[in-house]
Design a protein around this ligand. Structure first.
Ligand code: BGC
Length: 711
């Protein structure tokens, strides 16, 4: 880069980044104007629940344990128990004027913020941001009088085709856990209940009511349960069970899933609800530890009759009722009304959404430093399906947003007339452009899975671009991994923009122009071919993916097993173990600057189980502009009595550095970080021996390592 281009480009980036982060922090102090909510303790809430339970009739109890009008817990005016409204979901408040034949208009906000999808949030690797994002969602719930948010979703990304990956936090249990605990604290700091969903092992939407996840205990504890455990330990007040069967039982009525895994092993004490229309046997349900059937009593319809013949025990009805009441009192859910003071904060929420997009968009590739675009680039051809409409995730998590920024408009704001949007460019037009911005994406949704491969028409678009112009920059707007193998080598740059919500395209344009230095890192591995992935083979032989809802087809489809045969080897754990080279590694993401890692120090080379291991290293911004780097710590168990992944993420920190600046990063490790789940003792177990601590900028790009020994 010439000195002139450097100063033209770099100085404005530094000033702007500084302004942007400071402005964001100022908003924080304004936010503290609304006091943090304090729930009642379990004991206090239990006492209140007890006193109400004592005076309830059986009919009243039964009316409480089945939902009402699709999204409510039923009111009982005689006891001064008001109704409680619930709303979806993790990426913001889903405004629903009507659901089926239920009019919900009185409970809706005029507008709600469409945040970037949770997978993008996870790509920020910024736990503080997870808190702020969730706090903003919680405040919008308060604005609308919603007591219970039906999120966060946190199912692990077992494979790229799951239609709901965009709603979750990626493939790694440690990263997901750190984001989730902050998310839960953020939502609940506003007095809104967070609902951890969908419990458990709900990792495909392909005939989701019929898939039977066969998962062993160790795998559950190491991969699929940690994010739930983190949410529980952060104080979450609700859990939603899932549609699928887990080891042969529907989760919503499974004693194993609810009483054993969730309540006994993970220690959850509060409200458990079913997913919508997901349970079938009232007798089983009442015994399972489940509390609330949604959207209404269907399996529990005959609860009264069943109780008369002793099939549903009154003590179980009491237990369910009490659990609902306990959560209701602890979170002071009585009489939630629309609260206008929270609506006033909607601009702040939008700035949280924007900040999230700025930090979560991932620059996968940037050959010849083509990005940020140089000032002298004149003719930028823009082409793609999500240029004039937002790419969004569908289903319960859908949020319409307001003030939605379109890609075309945002790029025009940055580049003016140099942007030339052409719907169907000819090869000549593509050839003659200085730069081609080629956008591809997918419409992921709840209810079905979508193919890893792009539809033919979209694949052709990218191929037309990369084949005709070597300066093609591909912008991917998708809620999960897609196949890029056909054109990855020929694209000069690739930006993974996910579903960015209402402000995502602003952040994207700022990254392309260089106002923002990208700092997102992949929370997933992107494979070369779907057959390389650990989840491959889950669709029953001879069947095909479908799109759209069909209750009839789902009813007719037999229950089928999804065998989690890869065990704990999910995501990068799988690719490393099988020595399969993915296209992009977990944790990867480029910046417009460079970073250098040095000086790894570990407090003790030999340590005992009870000791904390302090790890420190330095990181230096060795480039010319300020930037943020997510430093990652992986542990390798050198010798183990059970098969263990080559690396497991056990620490990370996102650091902001000015050019030339050096900072020391400190991370702590404890016994649990070295442990695996041992079914023989039904607990975590740290095996003595040698471990290697790896420090780097992705699961693959490791700069420092050191061996230590557990005595
Ligand atoms: C989804 C849940 C959602 C519920 C209520 C179900 O279809 O699986 O995630 O919270 O609907 O909208």
């Amino acid at each position: 880069m010439s000195r002139k281009t450097f100063s033209l480009l770099v100085i404005p980036i530094c000033i702007l980044s500084f302004f942007i982060s400071n402005n964001f922090l100022n908003n924080k102090s304004q936010k503290q104007m609304i006091e943090q909510f304090q729930p009642l303790s379990y004991e206090e809430a239990d006492k209140k629940a007890d006193s109400v339970l004592k005076i309830m009739t059986l009919d009243e109890k039964i009316s409480l344990i089945g939902g009402d009008r699709s999204f409510f817990i039923k009111p009982i005016p005689r006891l001064n128990l008001s109704e409680v409204y619930m709303t979806d979901a993790t990426q913001g408040v889903h405004i629903r004027e009507k659901f089926r034949d239920v009019d919900l208009s009185d409970y809706q906000l005029e507008k709600s913020t469409a945040f970037p999808c949770p997978l993008l949030l996870s790509a920020t690797w910024n736990t503080e941001l997870s808190f702020k994002y969730a706090e903003a969602v919680g405040e919008e719930c308060r604005a609308g009088g919603t007591g219970i948010l039906l999120g966060p979703g946190m199912n692990i990304y077992r494979h790229s085709q799951c239609g709901r990956n965009f709603e979750y936090f990626g493939e790694d249990p440690f990263l997901a856990s750190r984001m989730i605990e902050n998310y839960v604290k953020g939502v609940q700091s506003t007095g809104t209940v967070a609902t951890l969903k969908h419990f458990a092992a709900n990792n495909t939407d392909y005939f989701r009511r019929k898939s039977n996840s066969i998962v062993d205990e160790r795998t559950l504890h190491e991969i699929y349960l940690p994010a739930f455990k983190a949410g529980i330990d952060a104080g979450a007040f609700a859990v939603m069970t899932s549609y699928n069967l887990l080891n042969d039982e529907w989760c919503g009525e499974s004693e194993y899933a609810i009483n054993f895994l969730l309540r006994k092993q993970l220690g959850f004490k509060w409200l458990v609800m079913t997913d919508w229309w997901s349970v079938y046997d009232g007798e089983k349900l009442a015994k399972s530890g489940q509390d609330l059937e949604m959207p209404f009593a269907s399996a529990l319809k005959e609860a009264h009759e069943l109780s008369k013949v002793g099939k549903v025990k009154v003590e179980n009805i009491d237990r369910m009722t009490k659990s609902i009441l306990r959560t209701y009192f602890a979170m002071k859910l009585n009489d939630r009304k629309k609260e206008p003071q929270y609506i006033k904060k909607i601009d702040e929420h939008e700035s949280v959404a924007l900040h999230t997009a700025r930090e979560g968009i991932v620059l996968l590739k940037n050959d010849d430093n083509i990005l940020p675009l140089k000032k002298d680039v004149k003719n930028i051809l823009l082409y793609g399906d999500y240029v004039e409409k937002l790419a969004v995730g569908g289903g319960a998590a859908f949020v319409e947003g307001y003030n939605n920024r379109l890609m075309l408009d945002e790029l025009k704001k940055e580049f003016g007339d140099r942007i030339n949007f052409v719907k169907n460019p000819t090869a000549e037009q593509i050839k003659s452009a200085d730069i081609v911005l080629c956008n591809v994406g997918t419409d992921d949704s709840e209810g079905w899975d979508r193919s890893f491969e792009l539809p033919e028409s979209q694949e052709k678009k990218v191929l037309d671009c990369v084949n005709n112009n070597p300066n093609t920059i591909v912008i991917v707007t998708s809620g999960s991994g897609i196949r890029m193998t056909g054109w990855n080598d020929r694209a000069k740059a690739i930006i993974y923009a996910w579903y960015g919500g209402q402000t995502g395209n602003q952040a994207l344009a700022e990254i392309i122009s260089g106002k923002i230095n990208p700092s997102g890192k992949l929370p997933i591995t992107i494979e070369k071919e779907f057959k390389d992935s650990p989840g491959y083979g889950y669709v029953p032989a001879g069947e095909k993916l479908y799109t759209g809802w069909s209750n009839q087809l789902e009813k007719e489809h037999p229950v089928f097993d999804v065998n989690y045969k890869e065990g704990v080897f999910v995501g990068y754990r799988w690719y490393e173990d099988k020595k399969i080279e993915p296209l992009y590694n977990f944790g990867h993401g480029l910046s417009y600057t460079t970073f250098e890692y040095n000086d790894l120090k570990i407090s003790k080379e030999k340590f005992s189980e009870s000791e904390i291991v302090n790890v420190s290293f330095t990181i230096r911004n060795s480039g010319n502009i300020s930037g943020r780097e997510t430093t990652q710590l992986y542990i390798q168990d050198v010798e183990s009595s059970v098969p263990r992944p080559l690396k497991e993420l056990k620490g990370f920190k996102k650091i902001e550095l000015n050019p030339g600046e050096i900072k020391t990063v400190e991370l702590k490790l404890s016994k649990k970080d070295f442990s695996f789940w041992n079914p023989e003792i039904t607990n975590w177990f740290a095996e003595k021996g040698k471990f290697i601590i790896h420090i780097g900028s992705s699961s693959k790009d490791i700069s420092l390592n050191k061996e230590i020994e557990l005595l």
